[in-house]
Design a binder for this molecule. Structure first.
Ligand SMILES: [Zn+2]
Length: 69
């Protein structure tokens, strides 16, 4: 009676994992931050993602609304 690993993970964790794989190429200088990742903060309603480019220092931000289904 074991469930899949995804059953125990929150939507927040799943989104963070997803973001780790996505879009690590800086749009300003074209540097691909293979070692880097987006950091995520949440206040309960919204998740704020940030990525700092180690090459040019550009900070990108994205926000996602968390649905409360
Ligand atoms: Zn850059």
């Amino acid at each position: 009676m074991s469930r899949g690993d995804d059953e125990g993970r929150s939507p927040f964790e799943r989104m963070t994992t997803h973001m780790d794989d996505a879009d690590l190429v800086c749009p300003d200088c074209g540097y691909e931050d293979e070692e880097g990742s987006w950091t995520a903060e949440t206040n309960g309603d919204t998740v704020l993602y940030r990525h700092l480019c180690p090459s040019c220092g550009s900070v990108r931000k994205r926000t996602f609304e968390l649905g409360d289904e």
